[in-house]
Design a protein around this ligand. Structure first.
Ligand SMILES: *Cc1c(COP(=O)(O)O)cnc(C)c1O
Length: 385
């Protein structure tokens, strides 16, 4: 976007999350530096216990990124070469990259355009066809589903779990954007067989570097994940299986322990900001996010749909208001994937929404008045156009 206009309202601001809790974070950092233990020590172990308690799961394994968390979860389930994994194309490339890193082949299904999440009907149809060999061109034995809780909005997990059970598939939730989101009072991350979190700085629970977490209730999947993150070791220097190096470091773990304490309050702030947008933008031609019944939306992003998205975006930029596009190109249309990945089922909604989505400014420290101002500018633009 044009940089001629100074930013007055940023779309996101991870630095504000530091300044809001500066002394606590500085203290945590100093504690680690003084400890002399920088990789897989006390802080990581404590953070893993605290994360498991927060998400109400039995095991949490800290890893180096959300992408790694997905890859390790897949590999822990024994998924690799010759296997296929169903997911969506309207997601961060990371979801799909992880499937290929594990050696498996992605199979895409369409989204529900209202929730932006995997459409259980498309999912059921695609799996039925894939299993019977009809319509599906992707090679591989179907082993797992990765639903993504995009923008912090929980995917329809009861429906996904029913389908998975019918076809004996693993479910690995991609919770990278949904720390604290819940369905019927149960947090996402506890619905599938495994789940992956990212602590990329702008996520709802963000580090000041890279980080990720694998969670599960299954002790065997947990143990395999733990071994996979460090050279396949159960016992130090003895590789029982082939693993990798994907460790959460002590500095990030100590920082994340501080930030975990503030996650609920920060998610409430995100909800309050979303409410400002929801109220002020009602009555426009925009399609606003919808919350499903009995669900807690973590509002990682507040995403509207606008037919003239690019013009609106530029008009806001000219007034110093930054917005984002998550994501401008579905994964199956990205240059690296389009050339070689099969797309056996039409992804009509996926392709449509990528042309219309716009992420408005939203982060816990954003003043409500900035959300009000952004919404008012959008309504004014509509009146003038
Ligand atoms: C951020 C993100 C990831 C990957 O996380 P990294 O920590 O950046 O590797 C995976 N899936 C989704 C949906 C994400 O938003």
């Amino acid at each position: 976007m044009s940089t001629n206009y100074p930013t007055i309202i940023p779309q996101t601001d991870p630095r504000a999350g530091y300044l809001a809790h500066k002394s606590e974070i500085d203290e945590a950092i100093a504690r680690v530096l003084e400890s002399g233990q920088y990789i897989l020590g006390r802080e990581t172990a404590a953070f893993e216990r605290e994360v498991a308690a927060y998400f109400d799961v039995s095991h949490a394994i800290g890893v180096a990124s959300g992408t790694n968390a997905l890859e390790i979860a897949l590999r822990a389930c024994g998924i690799g070469l010759g296997d296929a994994v169903v997911t969506v194309s309207h997601t961060a490339v990371a979801t799909v990259a992880a499937i290929e890193l594990a050696g498996a082949t992605p199979v895409f299904v369409d989204i529900d355009p209202k929730t932006f999440n995997i459409d259980p009907n498309s999912l059921g149809d695609a799996i039925k066809k894939h299993v019977s060999g009809l319509g599906a061109t992707a090679k591989g034995r179907l082993k797992a589903i990765i639903p993504v809780h995009l923008y912090g909005n929980p995917a329809d997990m009861p429906a996904v779990m029913d389908i998975a059970e019918a076809y004996d598939l693993y479910v690995i939730e991609d919770c990278a954007q949904a720390h604290g989101a819940a369905i019927q009072g149960h947090k996402v991350g506890g619905w599938g067989h495994m789940a992956a979190f990212s602590f990329y700085p702008t996520k709802n629970l963000g580090a000041f570097g890279d980080g990720g977490m694998v969670v599960t209730d299954d002790p065997e999947l947990a143990e395999r994940s733990r071994m996979l993150r460090e050279y396949g070791w159960r016992e130090r220097y003895v590789s029982s299986i082939t693993g990798t190096n994907s460790r959460l470091d002590e500095l990030q773990a100590a920082i994340l322990r501080v930030k975990l304490h503030h996650l609920d309050v920060n998610n409430e702030r995100r909800q309050a900001l979303a409410q400002v947008y929801q109220t002020r933008l009602t009555g426009s031609d925009l399609t606003l996010p919808s919350e499903r019944p009995a669900c807690y939306h973590a509002y990682h992003l507040y995403v509207i749909r606008c037919k003239e998205r690019d013009r609106l975006r530029l008009a806001l930029r000219e007034q110093g208001i930054d917005t984002g596009i998550h994501y401008p190109l579905p994964v199956h249309q990205q240059p690296a994937y389009a050339k070689r990945l099969d797309v056996p089922y039409p992804l009509t909604h996926t392709e449509q929404v990528s042309r219309e989505v716009l992420s408005l400014p939203l982060y816990p420290e954003l003043p409500l008045s900035d959300a009000t101002r952004t919404a008012d500018r959008i309504m004014a633009w509509y009146r003038d156009n």
